[in-house]
Design a protein around this ligand. Structure first.
Ligand SMILES: *Cc1c(COP(=O)(O)O)cnc(C)c1O
Length: 394
């Protein structure tokens, strides 16, 4: 079969994206009701969303933000990190995981990942420890939980806070416990490519009432109390006690979050089913390595990331990527190592210090995976991979 890259017939007529939201009539109806109500922002729907979200993950408290990035920033503030402090995180993540430290003047230290799950390696965390380190920021890469028990032991021995970036991991479990209660603070994102959406948005969960108060404070300029209470109690006085931001989320968004959350379990089931179809089909192809699932974890399958066995192919990843895109299979790459970005290079980070992440990064490809994909969409991806690998086999 001639590749679409070389003028052949593509596998699909339209691009299959790597991720996509699911919005139904119930979601639209809930948003419309808010638009007709008294409160468009910071009203009853924000509180209700926080309550049902905390309930879902089993956490005491949830604080909703305008984005996952805002939630990460607030968590770094609540943890008390500032200039002269350092925090250890993974290079194989979205820039926001490390940027949130820079916002508060703290310095990210990148620890290499484990070769199987591509999650931060506890042994490398230990190698990066120094007296300035105050926190660890693990990421549950692709939805597969990081080694949270070992990370907690390191944190406890060294008096460190754990801010878990669980943007990929809503609904994942670790040793039978749901992600959201296993770290000092856990940060989720509700961007449309993630498990549930509020358009833009994020949620931080914690078991600690003091941290919850600090998160709320930071979300609203560092002002104590909230405007709705003041209005309802006929009060006007307020005090700003810390330098916060406007990171509030609207009632419009939270109404959507509430109806979305009701459908999460079904969507997680569909993600797992698609991942399992991929794995059964792709493990037959020696040019492709399928993602690892550890027995004590249940991944939330935000991403399905394969690795190419480049020694069995005549071309590099970028050529495979271009060929699949030409077939209208919307593959992508998660991620370029954060310290490789020009901004981080200019801060003095040097390439070559994270051999596992850096070599994996040359071979990874994210396949389309979202709940509304049909079996025939899944079949297209598998056919596309066969077609491209056959054409490029060494
Ligand atoms: C999506 C994502 C974020 C940021 O979330 P936003 O809601 O887009 O700000 C942070 N970290 C990781 C790993 C993500 O995938």
């Amino acid at each position: 079969m001639r590749l679409a890259l070389n003028g052949g017939e593509p596998i699909r007529q339209t691009l299959l994206p790597y991720g996509r939201q699911t919005v139904g009539d119930d979601d639209i109806c809930a948003v419309e009701q808010v638009l007709r109500s008294d409160w468009l922002t910071t009203g009853p729907k924000v509180e209700e969303f926080e309550e049902v979200f905390a309930g879902y993950v089993g956490a005491k408290y949830a604080v909703a933000f305008s984005s996952g990035t805002a939630g990460l920033h607030a968590a770094v503030f609540a943890a008390g990190l500032g200039p002269n402090d350092e925090a250890i995180t993974t290079p194989l993540t979205f820039a926001a995981t490390a940027n949130c430290l820079l916002y508060q003047g703290a310095r990210p230290v990148f620890a290499d990942v484990q070769p199987d799950t591509l999650n931060i390696d506890p042994e490398q965390i230990i190698r990066c420890l120094n007296p300035r380190v105050k926190a660890i920021l693990p990421v549950d890469y692709a939805g597969h939980p990081a080694e949270l028990d070992e990370i907690r032991r390191i944190a406890e021995r060294n008096g460190l806070v754990i801010i878990e970036d669980a943007a990929h991991a809503l609904g994942a479990t670790y040793n039978g416990r749901r992600i959201g209660t296993l770290s000092t603070m856990t940060v989720f994102s509700t961007h449309p490519v993630k498990h549930i959406t509020t358009g833009e948005g994020g949620v931080v969960t914690t078991q600690d009432a003091k941290l919850m108060e600090l998160l709320r404070l930071f979300r609203n300029h560092g002002i104590r109390g909230n405007a709705r209470e003041r209005q309802e109690q006929g009060k006007w006085f307020y005090e700003m006690v810390a330098l916060g931001y406007n990171y509030r989320v609207t009632d419009i968004q939270c109404a959507l979050g509430i109806t979305q959350l009701q459908k999460l379990d079904g969507w997680l089931g569909r993600r797992r089913a698609i991942a399992s179809i991929y794995s059964h089909a792709l493990e037959q192809i020696p040019e492709i390595e399928i993602p690892v699932q550890q027995p004590h974890c249940d991944s939330a399958w935000h991403l399905y990331v394969i690795r190419l066995n480049l020694e069995r192919l005549r071309v590099d990843r970028s050529q495979v990527f271009r060929a699949l895109r030409a077939e209208n299979i919307g593959v992508t790459v998660h991620y370029i190592p954060v310290p490789w970005h020009p901004y981080y290079q200019q801060l003095g980070y040097r390439k070559g210090q994270w051999p596992v992440a850096e070599s994996a990064c040359e071979r990874i490809l994210t396949l389309p995976l979202f709940p509304r994909m049909t079996d025939s969409d899944v079949e297209d991806v598998i056919r596309g991979l066969h077609k491209v690998v056959d054409a490029f086999r060494a």
